[in-house]
Structure formats: structure tokens, C-alpha cells
Design a protein around this ligand. Structure first.
Ligand SMILES: Cc1cc2nc3c(=O)[nH]c(=O)nc-3n(C[C@H](O)[C@H](O)[C@H](O)COP(=O)(O)OP(=O)(O)OC[C@H]3O[C@@H](n4cnc5c(N)ncnc54)[C@H](O)[C@@H]3O)c2cc1C
Length: 317
């Protein structure tokens, strides 16, 4: 273990604590090192207290969702990684605020399970998320989505918790959602309130399966990846250029570097072999950026979050 745990940090806290916790199994890449401390609070009160203590002790804090947009480096992660996977954070409420079309989803809710439940209940508005692995916190942070829309299309409001444990509710009109970005403060996302519309369950199910099939046919969903590694860069007229197309034009489809490779199916999916190295993925990302810049004259930025001791967590202010 790289750090000793201050005795006051976890004392009496209603949370599951794991020291020197391997993170690979918590991410879709399935690679990388350990967290000094992995904390899974059981209640909002415990979460609030944990955030407050980390702030007082000046401990770095990172929030882990379903790990579908995350690369953890071999060097591991200092401070505290918080995972909201206990029942207080994974159970949604239908008919929230007495409104038949509102759903309250805490940050640890599995978006795909919620999508299925909404379809069964005849609630429309989340089908665009079919085939996108995410927790509600991660999806809201990244404004996840694609060709059929993004999560912000269904959002009414979002609650965040800052490093002093204070909760703030943001109405959708106050949040600057844009392409794969929410303008929310870099705080922990506590819950997202969805505003859906009534729909026929059979029609919704068909729509969900069609969107899922489209993704399945065009992306290597079964490989160890984090979805698209790079953001689609903006053209001068504001439209987005496909980063996958640029990588393909650079001749990199199927290119391998150590245990990492560019998918032959979708060039913006960089995958890791089972038991591979995060550093190979990162090095391959640099090679791709260089080759695309040299051959196409375009800079492409990583969309995937990178965690490591040498990388400052963005959640900490
Ligand atoms: C096979 C595959 C296909 C994919 N397809 C798509 C796609 O079509 N469209 C798309 O947009 N994405 C896609 N992705 C990427 C991924 O699904 C999304 O980015 C998703 O939103 C990540 O959510 P997560 O819970 O896994 O977040 P994580 O990967 O756990 O975290 C991502 C970032 O969000 C932050 N975060 C997570 N939870 C919280 C919280 N509660 N509060 C504050 N910050 C938080 C983390 O700190 C980190 O910075 C795909 C990924 C895979 C593996």
C-alpha cells in the first residue's frame, strides 16, 4: 500500500472500506493498478461525512461509476476512490415528486437497468442510451449519448455534493450540457431527476432493441475498451468530424501496440487484451494522436478519463 490511512478518516463511518484495492475489475478496460482506499458509503449521511473528512485531511477524492469511460494507470491512485454501489445509491424512484413521468435516479443507478424498467413502465425518453454502459452519475457527468440523442435530453435537474458535503440542486436550464460534456461543477453527482413522457411499452421495446442492434453492429461491445477513446473534433462550421474516420484514414485500423490495439471494427475503439497494460493503451493513444496530426492535420483529444498518482483528480477543487 502506498499511503497509510489516517485513523480519523474512516472511524465509525457506515461504509465498506477496502485498502490497496485493485481497480481493474471495476473498469471496462480491465487493466491498471490499485486505489489506496476504495470507499463504498452505505448512506448519504456517511457519504457526506466522508467528503467532509477527506476535505479536512486534504485527501484527493475521485468518483467511480461503472468504469466504462475510465483508464486507471498501473501506478495506481492516491487518496480515496468513492463508489456509489450500495442500495441507497442504486435504487430509483418512479413517479418522483408525485409526477407519473418523473424518475429520481441516484448516481449509482445502472442506466441500462433503468432503461429496461422505464420501457416496461411505458416511460419514453431513455432509449437513446441502449447499449451505453453507465452509472447515472457517469452518464450525467459525460452527457453520454450518440446518434439517437444523449442523456441530457431526459434530464430535469441534477444534485451535486461538494467537498464539504453540501448539496446543491441544478435545474437543467442552469446546466450547460453539450457534446459529451456537462457544465456541472467538478463535484460529486448525487442524483439525477429525469423528465420522461408516456409511451407504449411494446413500441418502446422495439425502439430500444433497434438502437441496441445498431450499436452492436457497428461497435466491438464485447472487447475491453472504454467506448470511443477520442472526442470527435469540431469542424470550423461547428459540426463534428468523426475521430474514428480520421484514425481509419491514418491507416491505424487494427494497429497494435503491446497489449493494446485499435479495433478493426471501429477505429475510435482502442481495446486492451485480457491482463494487458494501461500504459500500452495510453502510449497507443499518443501514437494515434501523432499519426492523425501528421496525416490529417487535426488534433484529437481523449474523451476517456485517465486516473493515476501523477494525474491530478479533477473532482478535487
Ligand atoms: C462498450 C462501450 C460502449 C460505449 N458507448 C458509448 C456511447 O455510445 N456513447 C457515449 O457517450 N459513451 C459510450 N461509452 C462510454 C461510457 O459508457 C460513458 O462515458 C458513460 O457515461 C460512463 O459512465 P460510467 O458510470 O461508467 O463512468 P466512469 O467511467 O466510472 O467515470 C467517467 C467519469 O465520470 C466521473 N463520474 C462517474 N460517476 C460520477 C459521479 N457520481 N459524480 C461525479 N463524477 C462521476 C468519473 O469520476 C470519471 O471522470 C461506451 C463505453 C463502452 C465500454
Amino acid at each position: 500500500m502506498k499511503a497509510s490511512m489516517p485513523t480519523t478518516l474512516m472511524d465509525g463511518l457506515d461504509a465498506i472500506i477496502e485498502m490497496d484495492a485493485p481497480l481493474a475489475a471495476h473498469t471496462w478496460f480491465g487493466v491498471g493498478g490499485n486505489a489506496d482506499i476504495l470507499a463504498r458509503p452505505k448512506t448519504e449521511v456517511a457519504l457526506k461525512e466522508l467528503m467532509r473528512r477527506c476535505h479536512l485531511l486534504n485527501m484527493p477524492v475521485r468518483v467511480l461509476g461503472s468504469g466504462a469511460n475510465l483508464l486507471v494507470l498501473e501506478e495506481g491512485v492516491d487518496g480515496v476512490v468513492i463508489k456509489l454501489d450500495q442500495p441507497a445509491f442504486t435504487s430509483w424512484t418512479l413517479r418522483a415528486e408525485g409526477d407519473a413521468n418523473k424518475v429520481l435516479a441516484p448516481a449509482g443507478v445502472d442506466v441500462l437497468k433503468l432503461l429496461n424498467a422505464c420501457v416496461r413502465e411505458g416511460l419514453d425518453g431513455l432509449c437513446q442510451m441502449a447499449g451505453i454502459p453507465a452509472s447515472m452519475g457517469g452518464a450525467t457527468r459525460m452527457n453520454a449519448g450518440g446518434k439517437y440523442g444523449c442523456i441530457s435530453d431526459a434530464i430535469h435537474s441534477v444534485a451535486t455534493m461538494n467537498d464539504r458535503g453540501e448539496v446543491q440542486v441544478h435545474s437543467k436550464s442552469a446546466i450547460q450540457f453539450s457534446y459529451r460534456h456537462s457544465g456541472l461543477p467538478r463535484d460529486l453527482i448525487l442524483w439525477t431527476l429525469l423528465q420522461l413522457t408516456p409511451g407504449d411499452p411494446a413500441v418502446l421495446r422495439k425502439k430500444m432493441l433497434e438502437i441496441y442492434q445498431f450499436k452492436k453492429d457497428s461497435q466491438p461491445l464485447a472487447q475491453h475498451s472504454a467506448g470511443c477513446l477520442f472526442r470527435n473534433p469540431a469542424a470550423e462550421d461547428g459540426t463534428r468530424i468523426s475521430a474514428g474516420r480520421l484514425i481509419d484514414l491514418a491507416g491505424l485500423k487494427g494497429f497494435t501496440h503491446g497489449s493494446a490495439f485499435v479495433s478493426a471494427e471501429h477505429a475510435n475503439f482502442v481495446c486492451a487484451n485480457k491482463g494487458g497494460r494501461a500504459n500500452d493503451v495510453l502510449e497507443l493513444a499518443r501514437i494515434i494522436q501523432d499519426r492523425v496530426r501528421e496525416s490529417q492535420g487535426v488534433n484529437i483529444e481523449m474523451e476517456v478519463a485517465v486516473w493515476g498518482r501523477s494525474v491530478q483528480p479533477k473532482e478535487k477543487k
